[in-house]
Every structure is written in structure tokens, then in C-alpha cells.
Design a protein around this ligand. Structure first.
Ligand code: THU
Length: 139
């Protein structure tokens, strides 16, 4: 039977297939699971005005927030290989906004989660000593 992580991988691969990346030709898919068990996905969407492009993780997070959810438990990104693409710095901060230190992020390529190249890290390892919502709470 498919595990929850395998499900996220499959959904991320589907999302990668819809990426709009005519400029970089580097499709990315992301899928995340929230504390409620709901799954949201996104792909990168580039623009002829290059800086306006958005990352796959940003799309998945936007879909999650639109649905009224806030707590990311696990997230999978899929990029093309052979080098696995981990979330960019900006996306680490985007994920962190809705993550716990223990949130797990898997960075995979199209050959499957079990590929030895897959990189699995916690949020705390992806963005150590991070700045987040707690920093802005008034005493
Ligand atoms: N990209 C993502 O979607 N997520 C990342 O974390 C890294 C980069 C996209 C942005 C751009 O469309 C393409 O990959 C090449 O940078």
C-alpha cells in the first residue's frame, strides 16, 4: 500500500508535469501534507518578465492557505536530476512560516523517493536558527 510520503511524491510528480517553465526548462513540483491530513500541491510558474516567476513551493503554500490550513507536517519536492534540487533559500523561509522544527522535507528527482540521491531534512536543519512568526510576538 502507498505510504503518505509516497502519496506526496506522486502528487508532486503530477504537479511537476504542469510546471510552466519555458525559460529555465527546469520543472519543479511540490506537494505538502498538513496536520489535518490534507494534501496541497504546486508547480513553478515562470513569466516572460523573469523576476515575476514563482516557485513550486510557493504555489503549494498558497493553495494550503486558501483552503484555510496552516500547519505543514511533511513536504516533497521533485526536480529533474541528476542533481537533486533542494528548496531555494526563499522557499525555505516560506515553508518555515507554516512549519514546525520537526517538519520533514524530502527533495527528490523523478526516479522515485527511494533513489539514493533523495535528500530528507527537517525544517530545523534546512533553516537553522531561523527567523519566524515567534520573533514578532510582543511580550
Ligand atoms: N524553483 C522552484 O520552483 N523551487 C525551488 O525551490 C527552486 C527553484 C524554480 C524557479 C524557476 O522556475 C526554476 O526552478 C529555476 O530556478
Amino acid at each position: 500500500m502507498e505510504s503518505e510520503t509516497e502519496q506526496l511524491y506522486r502528487v508532486a510528480v503530477d504537479a511537476q508535469g504542469n510546471a510552466h517553465c519555458p525559460y529555465s526548462k527546469y520543472p519543479v513540483g511540490a506537494a505538502l501534507r498538513t496536520a489535518s491530513g490534507a494534501v496541497f500541491s504546486g508547480c513553478n510558474v515562470e513569466n516572460a518578465a523573469y523576476p515575476l516567476g514563482s516557485c513550486a513551493e510557493a504555489g503549494a503554500i498558497a493553495a494550503m492557505v486558501l483552503a484555510g490550513e496552516r500547519d505543514i507536517v511533511e513536504l516533497v519536492t521533485v526536480t529533474n536530476g541528476p542533481l537533486v534540487g533542494t528548496p531555494c533559500g526563499g522557499c525555505r523561509q516560506r515553508i518555515r512560516e507554516f512549519a514546525a522544527p520537526t517538519t520533514v522535507v524530502h527533495s527528490a528527482i523523478g526516479t522515485g523517493l527511494a533513489d539514493p540521491g533523495t535528500i530528507t531534512m527537517t525544517m530545523a536543519d534546512l533553516l537553522p536558527e531561523s527567523f519566524g512568526p515567534q520573533n514578532l510576538t510582543n511580550p
